[in-house]
Design a protein around this ligand. Structure first.
Ligand SMILES: Cc1cc2nc3c(=O)[nH]c(=O)nc-3n(C[C@H](O)[C@H](O)[C@H](O)COP(=O)(O)OP(=O)(O)OC[C@H]3O[C@@H](n4cnc5c(N)ncnc54)[C@H](O)[C@@H]3O)c2cc1C
Length: 396
């Protein structure tokens, strides 16, 4: 990482870190860019015609389309013994159906397309942000008072979301609420009345020039043939597209444990570290240093995972993310212990790391649950980091 980097890094700084990581560990030679994976199939389920066309020799067959610098595209076929899917799950937006949306004549955009707050269709406009997750709050904050660019020229922001009420008590937004520049409504959009007016579920009507949907993302596996190969059950219409299974410990495909999913952990302060542990486990499984439990045991574990989620949220399951505070650290500990079956980490350092992670995490929860999201983005967490843990992974 660069020196003097803020705790809340910009996307450009995160990208620099990833580039530096790839360079330090000489990973570029393993990466084929400008290549779209079109399909990942089980060779045993291919028709004889497909088999003869593709020349199958291993378990998985991957069809990819590569684009050259001159813009030419060509299809390549590869065969593999194992496949790790790490295609991201914050890419295909989930957008709720809204009655009368075709009447709205302003700009409609998705949080995915949000880049800079000072573009024409956002400046001096009335904006409705739909949603109450991090993206909704982040975008509204950037439109009111960007942490890097300062106060912005928006006319009015209205956030409509199922759980947005907690922002009303925050210190960060009280002056904006008092001045009428920020309006918070708990609920959903009921329907669009005309080209500018939108009715909310509490009966109030609000005007907007721009509507920004920050309503989350769906899992998306267009390259898998879920019917023929039956790797997982996934219904994009159920659970807002954010649930699939059966999956063991959130990364092993139970029906075919030579297939893995990386990156499905959501809303966890330790997500990146969990992904690294997943990769280590996959490596040890392939090398035979770790073993998976029986399929029955993995299914039982998956079902318990779902029960635990229902218990924590106390409502019908509509998502498959780790519940914060209650599951975050315990999940990390669980998979770390699994890695430690293959190699011994420094236990004393591991314990200190957990304590540090909990401290950082609690501070983050303290600031964000009070609704002070702008303060969170500016908070300096660096004092909490323990120097000898900074550049070390031997505690794993
Ligand atoms: C607005 C926003 C803010 C976030 N902020 C944070 C944060 O502060 N901290 C945090 O920990 N997490 C944050 N996240 C979550 C973060 O995006 C993920 O944790 C992280 O990017 C997951 O990395 P990944 O490698 O699994 O997926 P991605 O980073 O999404 O990478 C997936 C890659 O797969 C490629 N791909 C997809 N399909 C194909 C295909 N068919 N063929 C070839 N390539 C394909 C994509 O092009 C992409 O390069 C944020 C997400 C969003 C949307």
């Amino acid at each position: 990482m660069e020196k003097d980097i803020p705790s809340f890094v910009k996307h450009s700084q995160h990208k620099k870190y990833l580039d530096a990581y790839a360079e330090k560990f000489e990973l570029r030679k393993y990466i084929q860019l400008n290549t779209l994976v079109k399909s990942v199939r089980l060779s045993k389920h291919l028709s004889s015609e497909e088999k003869s066309q593709m020349g199958v020799s291993r378990k998985f067959i991957v069809e990819a389309m590569r684009t050259t610098m001159s813009g030419h595209a060509y299809v390549t076929i590869h065969t593999f013994d194992y496949v790790v899917i790490a295609s991201g799950h914050n890419s295909k937006p989930y957008v709720p159906e809204i009655k009368g949306i075709e009447n709205f004549k302003g700009k409609i955009m998705n949080s995915k397309c949000f880049r800079e707050p000072n573009t024409d269709y956002l400046k001096s406009k009335k904006i409705i942000v739909v949603g109450s997750g991090f993206s909704a709050i982040d975008i509204a904050t950037q439109l009111l008072e960007n942490p890097y660019l300062g106060p912005q020229e928006v006319e009015k922001i209205t956030i409509i979301g199922r759980k947005i009420g907690f922002l009303a008590n925050s210190d960060d937004y009280s002056s904006y609420i008092k001045s009428g520049k920020l309006c918070l409504v708990e609920g959903e959009i009921e329907n669009v009345i005309d080209e500018k007016s939108i009715k909310f579920s509490d009966g109030t009507v609000h005007e907007a020039d721009t509507l920004i949907f920050s309503t989350g993302y769906m899992f998306n596996f267009p390259f898998l043939d879920l019917e023929k190969d039956n790797f997982v059950d996934f219904d994009p219409k159920a659970f807002r597209g954010k649930f699939m299974g059966p999956i063991y410990k959130r990364f092993v495909c139970i029906r075919d444990p030579d297939l893995f999913f990386i990156g499905l952990i959501d809303d966890s302060s330790l997500a990146d570290l969990c992904f690294e542990l997943h990769i280590l486990i996959i490596r040890y499984l392939i090398e035979g240093k770790l073993k998976l439990p029986s399929k029955d045991k993995m299914i039982q574990s998956f079902l318990k995972d779902i029960d635990d989620l229902r218990f924590v949220y106390q409502k019908p399951l509509d998502n498959f993310k780790l519940a914060r505070e209650t599951m975050d650290i315990s999940y990390w500990r669980e998979i770390k212990e699994w890695v430690n079956e293959a190699h011994d980490g420094d236990k004393e350092k591991g314990k200190r790391f957990e304590e540090m992670a909990l401290k950082v995490y609690r501070k983050m929860v303290e600031i964000t649950s009070a609704g002070n999201y702008l303060s969170y983005k500016k908070y300096d967490f660096s004092g909490m980091f323990i120097e000898d843990l900074k550049n070390s992974v031997d505690f794993i």
